[in-house]
Ligand binder design. Structure first.
Ligand SMILES: [Zn+2]
Length: 662
């Protein structure tokens, strides 16, 4: 009597991905419950088993379900939000501000449903995630029937779901407890990256992962800059640092590893750490190309990931497999490295080792879980087929096939996709829910992009502290006369300094939008601080600017804060239409005149060879009446300093410098 089984996938080319590289043309896979019970020829298995259901797979490849070793599935909702910018602008300028405003349990849930639908359609059965409200990711993945390792993100900054990392780690523990023992979902902890975490976060996360016997997930060596900074600050590569804080003391999965070398690979191999480069994302963010061939040769458990769909922009793992086979060839000039079979292993047999699930999935062998993909190879782009070479099937899968060729997807013996129909997710409803969230984000961004203040606040650049400033400027010839008058009886000097200032104005042709000034300020007076100071100032022109007497200008809504990012970052983030640089030597006095506080500057401009010597008198003010009062005082002060009306300049340095540009 033949044995009874539930499902027989029959008549396709079975690609086992086992150690012997067994490929069975006209083969079959027998499934009982959630397990594979036999793999063999279609004829053999038909004789041996009585199946409740036999599925004809002729013209198809039957392969292990694909394993996406690194992603952030809720980020499918941010797909296409911003592109063609640097990683820091992408992350700090867009992802973090939008996430802090919009990421919610609903966001994580809907985003995961969208991603699960896409992954099931394109042949992914297991994914390794890292995001916020990870409990919702786990819930949606479980409902979709997928296998997932869900890492709750922890960072030293406040995140959308935790005001501090202590709270984050607490939440992570209860999340891990909730899902402990689940058959398909592994809940774990994901310290984001060395540059967003602390030693303590890594130590505590590692202890948590060891306690629950789950893999710790983190990002390492994504960009060259990350490596340079790690070597400067810690005298160690990110991989060596992560080892030093105990993060590899249990299981671990590390994303990217783009900028790693032999020493890093030795560390990863020693601890059995899984590495997951994400070729599309690494290319799109110009992070680089991971050393696939070197890592494989060093024996690293190498997997492959899509990364979040916001930097990819899809979850088609076959594209990543394709790139993993192509990129090393292009970089090395050697077409024999990372052949198709090895590239496919990254998403199957070797990928399973990378995510510490090789006892369950990654190959088609009796005893393994029935996570299986049936890939239709009858599409135009896969026609015709050759079979004389033993590796032909890998060539067809890696170089010709696409995720959209997937016909059936099974996890634990259950069909999640059957004849290209999703069985566990409602595709149309998910699309509508996703678009509704995107519409809200779109409205927020279109408003923010038009408003410099909103943009600056979005990156945490400034405190909102609105002030007005009155100021007058005059062309002068004789510095000594001004200095002598300042030391006269009319003024009381409270402070003085000398400095060189390099100002870069990021401006717009429509000046009503305001402008951002990036200032690098070097003190030159003896004994002053040595390090330059960087500040960012937003200025919006005052509507009343022409109404004050004596050429006094009024500017409104000035926001100043330390500039903690590079000028390059601000240029790319604000995308100004006009960039103007002004360099000046400044002597500065703080004076009291008739009980009011004023700043007096004597500036020598060195812009584009045009030397100019200017006097500025400035004061803060809080009302238009006070501004008028101070304008009158400024007129008196000009008289004391011997400056006549003809010398007054009703322009700011930006306008003067910009005039020279044209
Ligand atoms: Zn990532």
């Amino acid at each position: 009597m033949p044995d009874t089984i539930d499902t027989l996938l029959s008549g396709g080319t079975v690609v086992t991905m086992n150690d012997d590289g067994r490929v069975i043309p006209n083969g079959a896979v027998a499934i009982r419950g959630r397990e594979i019970v036999a793999v063999g020829s279609a004829e053999e298995l038909a004789e041996q088993y009585l199946a409740s259901e036999t599925v004809d797979c002729s013209g198809c490849a039957i392969i292990p379900g694909l394993i996406n070793a690194h992603t952030h599935v809720p980020m499918s909702l941010l797909r296409g939000l911003v592109a063609d910018v640097q990683l820091d602008v992408w992350l700090l300028g867009y992802m973090f501000p939008v996430e802090s405003k919009f990421v919610s349990p609903e966001f994580s849930y809907i985003g995961t449903q969208l991603s699960c639908a896409e992954m099931i359609r394109s042949g992914t059965t297991t994914f390794v995630d890292m995001y916020f409200y990870e409990d919702e990711v786990a819930r949606a993945a479980d409902e979709a029937g997928m296998r997932a390792i869900c890492g709750q993100s922890v960072m030293r900054f406040p995140t959308p779901d935790a005001a501090s990392y202590d709270k984050g780690l607490e939440y992570t523990r209860s999340f891990m407890e909730k899902w402990r023992g689940h058959d398909r979902i592994i809940a774990t902890v994901a310290p984001h990256a060395p540059y967003t975490c602390t030693d303590e976060i890594y130590r505590r996360a590692a202890a948590l992962a060891r306690e629950f016997d789950t893999p710790l997930i983190t990002h390492l060596s994504e960009t060259a800059r990350e490596n340079t900074e790690s070597l400067q600050e810690r005298k160690m590569s990110p991989v060596a640092y992560t080892e030093s804080v105990g993060a590899f003391s249990g299981k671990a999965i590390v994303a990217h590893c783009v900028h790693t070398d032999e020493r890093d690979w030795a560390i990863l191999t020693k601890h059995g750490v899984g590495a997951a480069p994400c070729p599309s994302s690494n290319l799109k963010l110009a992070s680089g190309i991971a050393p696939f061939a070197g890592m494989l040769q060093a024996g690293v458990n190498l997997g492959i990931g899509t990364d979040g769909p916001a930097s990819n922009d899809d979850l088609d793992l076959l594209t990543e497999v394709h790139l993993a086979a192509m990129l090393p060839k292009g970089v090395s000039g050697d077409p024999t490295i990372v052949p198709a079979r090895q590239a496919l292993a990254l998403a199957t047999s070797l990928g399973a080792k990378a995510v510490h699930l090789d006892h369950l999935v990654g190959t088609l062998e009796p005893g393994k879980r029935a996570d299986i993909v049936v890939l239709d190879l009858r599409a135009l782009h896969a026609t015709p087929r050759y079979s004389y070479a033993p590796d032909a099937i890998y060539t067809q899968i890696v170089y010709s096939a696409h995720g959209s060729d997937v016909r059936h997807t099974l996890v634990d013996g259950r069909f999640l996709l059957r004849d290209r129909q999703l069985l566990t997710l409602e595709e149309e409803r998910i699309k509508r829910a996703a678009q509704a969230i995107a519409d809200r984000i779109n409205a927020f961004l279109s408003e923010r992009e038009a408003n410099l203040l909103d943009k600056i606040v979005a990156i945490g650049g400034v405190q909102q502290s609105e002030i007005f400033e009155v100021q007058v400027k005059a062309h002068i010839d004789d510095v000594d006369a001004i200095v002598a008058a300042l030391n006269g009886p009319a003024f009381t000097i409270t402070k003085s300094s000398e400095r060189t200032q390099y100002d870069t104005y990021l401006a717009f042709t429509d000046s009503v939008r305001g402008r951002v000034r990036y200032r690098e300020d070097h003190r030159r007076d003896p004994g002053a601080r040595l390090d330059p100071k960087y500040t960012l100032t937003l200025t919006v022109p005052a509507a009343e600017r022409d109404e004050l007497p004596h050429a006094v200008l009024l500017s409104r809504a000035r926001y100043t804060a330390p500039a903690d990012r590079s000028l390059r970052f601000y240029r790319e983030y604000f995308q100004p239409e006009l960039v103007v640089e002004v360099e000046k030597q400044r002597r500065r006095w703080r004076v009291i005149y008739k009980d009011e506080d004023f700043a007096i500057n004597i500036d020598r401009l060195g812009h584009q060879g045009e030397q100019g010597l200017y006097l500025e008198i400035k004061s803060r003010t809080w009302s238009f009446r006070d501004a008028e009062h101070k304008a009158a005082l400024i007129a008196e002060m000009l008289e004391h300093l011997g400056v006549s009306d003809e010398q007054l300049v009703k322009k700011e340095y930006l306008e003067m410098a910009a005039a020279q540009v044209h």
